[in-house]
Design a protein around this ligand. Structure first.
Ligand code: MG
Length: 282
């Protein structure tokens, strides 16, 4: 693969990502795939989808897990509902994430990814220790499929994410860096965070956002905006990735699935911006 191939977050069926025909129409060569719902997550679905990708010359670079009952409505709801952190759903979701890893293997994909949830701050607490245990169990399953697991960033600070990765003590745990999330969740300057966690970054999102007002940071969302219009600073972001030696895909994420026309237009503009920046500094 060329350095910094453009990518986009896509869905097999109706989901958070863009539809496959949009990926084709925009000529985007790589995708991260949002795992389809349990009912359609079959070997046949994998085979059919992989066929469509091969025909279109599209490479699947990661499969993202997500779960029924997750809601990003506001930050407190996200804390309560997302990932493997909530204890009531933890066991079932770990099982489902293993199945998503198996589905990714059927797609020939060696990277799975997820929002693990807000990693508890107390490293000696039961919730943190329980999360460590299931993360190890999941990583061992993922390793059995020859895969690594990339954690999406933003729900904790870069320092705490580094502590968690060190505490897990597995060699197939990495990071999917999302600079906008650091801003949206109010967890730190994205460029400083990227420099800190750089050695673990194996995939990235190209997404932009603006900070919430200082007194609201971490309590209320910042705003997700079209790439290049927010506070990340795309040129600095790419230069930092270059300094870190990152040459993997630049996967565009635009989380406005409720407005498909605008999503497509914004992604088209993001492709142009990244293509121009890549030519200049890649
Ligand atoms: Mg993201």
């Amino acid at each position: 693969m060329e350095k910094w191939p453009i990518g986009v977050f896509a869905s097999v069926d109706a989901g958070l990502g863009v539809h496959f025909d949009v990926v084709q129409e925009l000529g985007i060569p790589t995708i991260q795939l949002h795992a389809p719902h349990q009912d359609t997550r079959t070997e046949q679905t994998a085979k059919d989808f992989l066929g469509r990708c091969s025909d279109a010359g599209i490479v699947i670079t990661a499969v993202f897990g997500g779960f029924e009952g997750e809601s990003y409505a506001d930050i407190p709801t996200t804390v309560r509902t997302v990932g493997l952190v909530p204890e009531e759903t933890r066991a079932a979701r770990v099982q489902e994430m293993k199945e998503i890893s198996d589905f990714a293997a059927q797609l020939g994909c060696t990277t799975v990814a997820l929002h693990i949830g807000f990693v508890p701050e107390d490293r000696n607490g039961d919730s943190y220790q329980g999360l460590l245990a299931v993360t190890r169990e999941l990583l061992d399953h993922v390793a059995g499929n020859g895969q690594c697991l990339n954690l999406e960033t933003g729900q904790e600070t870069a320092d705490h994410l580094l502590e968690f990765i060190a505490d897990v003590e597995r060699d197939n745990l990495f990071i999917n860096f999302d600079p906008a999330n650091m801003i949206l969740y109010g967890t730190g300057d994205p460029i400083e965070a990227l420099k800190k966690v750089g050695k673990y970054v194996r995939s990235v999102h190209c997404k932009d956002g603006t900070w919430a007002a200082p007194e609201k940071r971490g309590k209320e969302w910042g705003a997700e905006v079209p790439l290049g219009e927010g506070d990340v600073g795309m040129e600095t972001y790419l230069r930092t990735l270059k300094d870190l030696g990152y040459d993997g895909p630049l996967t565009i994420e635009r989380e406005i699935a409720h407005d498909r026309e605008r999503q497509k237009a914004d992604i088209g503009a993001a492709v142009n911006l990244l293509t121009e920046l890549r030519e200049r500094i890649g």
